[in-house]
Design a binder for this molecule. Structure first.
Ligand code: NDP
Ligand code: MG
Length: 388
């Protein structure tokens, strides 16, 4: 067999939950991957440690006030150090890597990912907000530049895996599974009092703070419906959500003959990360295996969208399209960070998102600039509402 060249990886958001797990995958497979770009926003200590261990070509620290510290700590190495938001885009355009793992959280991930696509880099996409904000433009540019967009999100990785070998076959629908989060079965009279610490305790997954709150409100599943629409070119009515509290089936595809394919395994993000980095190959690993005898009861139920209204709002955005998902995403980011700072309560998040969606003018076919503007307007509107 001919030798497969080492894939040179750029991890945008290397200090996060996805980023650190991706570095574990790279460390376990030095004959297959190298880490050539690492970026952080403010966690300079961890970025320095990662750079000393992986010896990348370039690191970027988003917060410019931390540049001198990172530069000095890496002075004895040949790692190039950049700082600031603009540098993220400049580095995304560099020749030193083949595949970008887009693992920055939120809207901040959009511009570097767009830049990477326009430079023909393959994308392993964790940052779902990128597709929620401007999925039409991202997917169009990916096609124009012949760039594969490989999902990292576990549900989308599951669907992607189910679709291997099925290019000629029509999909009837895709079924996204949702754990239901820490408040599954709870009602508004309970949710009104839940605190940040409680909402940050996810039953099945350990993730960054923002997505953990999104999982507790079910906004995460709404964002994932929109993500699925763009990744798999689905109509809104072809995307169904089912609560599956054990998170063993990561999602399913139903074909036009009624046959359903599911991808299963223990909830561990390292697997979809590894699959996206190595695609189209699978790599042997020693991750814990699912045992049918230990978790032998898989349950399924309808999501309660009357209680978890964020999912209903996201479904509205999915159906209406235009700039509405972008507006919703911006308001959600503002609301989640306000909740994390104990400025608003759990249910206030939904009110802020809903009012913002009602007030920002609708644009049916936005340009990229209009998406940027809608994001800014929605952030300002939501921040005013919350009195930030
Ligand atoms: P984390 O909060 O753990 O990490 C976020 C990363 O982005 C960190 O490296 C952080 O740097 C960096 N970052 C934060 N803000 C900015 C900014 N304004 N500009 C540049 N970089 C920034 O998030 P996760 O790893 O949990 O999630 C990353 C993405 O992956 C999200 O879009 C999430 O929805 C998606 N995802 C995550 C999953 C998970 O299991 N965690 C599962 C599926 C999808 P610093 O550390 O310095 O703050
Ligand atoms: Mg997911």
């Amino acid at each position: 067999m001919s030798e497969i060249p080492i894939k040179r990886i750029a991890i945008f958001g290397s200090t996060g939950s996805i980023g650190t797990q991706a570095l574990d995958v790279i460390a376990a497979n030095p004959d297959k991957f190298s880490a050539e770009v690492l970026t952080a926003h403010s966690n300079d200590e961890l970025l320095i440690q990662q750079a000393l261990k992986f010896n990348p070509n370039v690191v970027v620290i988003g917060d410019e006030s931390r540049y001198a510290k990172v530069k000095q700590a890496l002075a004895s190495t040949d790692v190039k150090v950049f700082a600031g938001e603009k540098s993220l885009e400049e580095v995304a355009a560099m020749d030193c890597y083949d595949l970008m793992l887009a693992a920055i959280v939120g809207y901040a991930g959009l511009r570097p990912t767009l830049k990477a696509i326009s430079h023909g880099k393959a994308i392993a996409l964790a940052n779902k907000e990128t597709l929620v904000v401007a999925g039409d433009i991202i997917m169009r540019k990916a096609v124009e530049n012949k760039v594969p967009v490989i999902p990292v999100d576990s549900e989308h990785s599951a669907i992607f895996q189910c679709l291997v070998g099925e290019t000629r076959n029509r999909i009837e629908k895709i079924i996204l599974t949702a754990s239901g989060g820490p408040f599954l079965g709870r009602k508004p009279n309970y949710l009104v009092n839940v605190k940040r610490e409680h909402a940050l305790q996810h039953p099945n997954w350990t993730m960054g703070a923002k997505i953990t709150i999104d999982s507790a409100t079910l906004m995460n599943k709404g964002l994932e419906m929109i993500e699925a629409k763009w990744l798999f070119n689905m109509k809104p009515e072809q995307i169904q959500v089912v609560i599956h509290a054990q998170s063993i089936i990561h999602s399913m595809v139903q074909f036009e003959d009624g046959s359903i394919k599911a991808q299963m395994g223990l909830p561990d993000m390292k697997l979809p990360i590894q699959y996206a980095l190595a695609f189209p190959r699978r790599i042997k690993n020693d991750f814990p295996r699912y045992d049918f005898k230990k978790i032998n009861n898989l349950s399924f139920e309808e999501p309660d969208i009357k209680t978890f209204r964020n999912l209903a709002l996201a479904q509205e955005a999915l159906h209406k399209g235009g700039n509405l998902p972008c507006v919703m995403n911006a308001a959600n980011e503002i609301a989640v960070y306000a909740f994390l700072k104990n400025r608003i309560n759990f249910l206030d998040m939904t009110d802020a998102i809903e009012k913002t969606m009602q007030n920002i003018p609708f644009i049916e076919k936005p340009t990229l600039e209009e998406y940027f503007d809608s994001d800014g307007e929605a952030r300002n509107f939501a921040a005013d509402l919350i009195k930030l």
